[in-house]
Each structure stands twice: as C-alpha cells, then as structure tokens.
Design a protein around this ligand. Structure first.
Ligand SMILES: [Mn+2]
Length: 250
C-alpha cells in the first residue's frame, strides 16, 4: 500500500499546533506583566499620534441656514463615490450624484429650499455650501497636486474643465444652452452654481464647452469633468513634501 503523506502531514500538523498553542499560552501569561502592558500602551498612543498627523481624514460637514434655504452637506474626498442627495430638484440630484460617483467622493446633500419661488436660491446656495465643504475637506493642502483637468466626452458633448486650488477664487465659464430648463433646473443656474463653488472654495475654475448640442449632456458633462478635475487636484503625491507653491502659500 502506498504511503499517504497527506495524512501524516496532517497528523503532525495537528500535534505541533496543539503543542505550540500550549507553549504560546504559557509564554503570553508570563509576559503579561504590568511593565509590558504600560510599554505597549505607550507604543499604541505614539502610533495613533503619528497616524493622525500623517493621515488626516479629509472630510467636512457644513450646515447653512437662511430664510431662503436650509442646507447640510457632508463630503469625504477619500471616498468611493457613494452619495445620498436630496435637493428637491430631480435633475440637480442627478448632477450631484454624478459628481460624487465620478470624483470618487462620498457625498451627502440635504436641501430644503424655497422652490415655491424658483430653483435659484436652492442651486446657488448648494454651490456655496459645497464650496465651503471642499475648502474645509482639502484643509492645509499639503502634498496635494493642486491642479486638475479633464476633457470629458458625453456623446456629442465635449467639456473641458481645469482647476487650481490656488486660494484665489476665479471662474471662467464658456457655454451656450439652447433651452431654458432641463427638468426643473434652469440652465442659467449652471454658471451660478459653479461661480458659487469657485468663490466659496477659493478655487480657480475654468469650464468650457468644446462641443455639444443636447443640454442634458452638456450640463452632465460639466459636473463629471469638474469631479474628475477635482479628484486629480486633491490627490496626494509623496514627492511633494509640503505645498506645491514657490510662494510657500496657497
Ligand atoms: Mn443624465
């Protein structure tokens, strides 16, 4: 009869495992002196301190309430694209969900706006709060790439977005819409939204429609291109030791 090495191996394995288990249990009992516990606690605290200074969570929560709007936004720049969005304007929800998905940000947006007036305050103020959340989440800007850009196609539409987290707000917006509305979203509010984001986050933001015919595609292309550019600008590069600026300030 042939030998069955598997069985022998298993038997030895089990025997050794039991023996080692006993040995380790005794050893651990012996080592659990007060001195060692203190030492381990100190090491753990040091490790936590180091981790917190090296890897700050890049998150923000901003709430803003006026007589026109009540807005809450939470943003995690190092997310996975999950979102929970409710603005009362279906197309705007669709745009913000796309922004989160394509920027790989985790985003919560809850807005109660004066939609009985029109969509203006709701969209503009959401831009202000999103800009504030971006600024807070980006934080000290250490090691980030600072610049980001995307050339994003969406069927016939082609959108260019370039941005600089410079600390100097500036918007250049170049697009033409051929309808007044997409759903309950006024197309003239696209520029107002990005203006609010750029000023509240102190970002230099360029958005240009290179080609396009369908207004839904053009606007969606803008939100996705903005997401891609912002994701790129906020990525950390370990070659950058401090701030990516010859001035030493952003
Ligand atoms: Mn769409």
């Amino acid at each position: 009869m042939e030998k069955r090495p598997g069985r022998y191996y298993n038997r030895n394995y089990n025997r050794n495992r039991d023996r080692n288990y006993d040995k380790n249990t005794d050893k651990n009992t012996d080592n659990n002196t007060d001195k060692n516990i203190d030492k381990n606690a100190d090491n753990n605290i040091d490790a936590i301190d180091k981790k917190e200074s090296d890897v700050r969570e890049r998150k923000a929560e901003v709430k803003r309430v006026t007589s026109e709007t009540d807005i809450f936004i939470s943003l995690n720049l190092d997310g996975t694209g999950q979102s929970e969005v409710s603005t009362g304007i279906g197309f705007f929800d669709h745009m913000l969900i796309s922004f989160a998905k394509h920027g790989l940000f985790d985003l919560k947006v809850k807005v109660k706006g004066d939609l009985q007036v029109d969509c203006h305050h709701t969209i503009e103020d959401t831009g202000i709060v999103l800009g504030q959340a971006i600024k807070e989440a980006v934080g000290d800007k250490k090691q980030i790439k600072r610049y980001g850009s995307a050339l994003l196609p969406m069927d016939e539409a082609l959108i260019l977005c370039a941005l600089d987290l410079s600390g100097r707000p500036y918007l250049v917006f170049d697009a033409e819409f051929t309808t007044d509305r997409v759903g309950y979203f006024d197309t003239e509010m696209v520029k107002e939204f990005f203006y609010a984001v750029s000023y509240a986050s102190a970002m230099n933001l360029h958005i240009k429609e290179m080609a396009g015919a369908n207004n839904h595609h053009i606007i969606e292309g803008m939100f996705k291109a903005f997401a891609k550019a912002l994701d790129q600008a906020t990525i950390k590069d370990e070659r950058i030791k401090d701030l990516l600026s010859t001035k030493g300030a952003l």
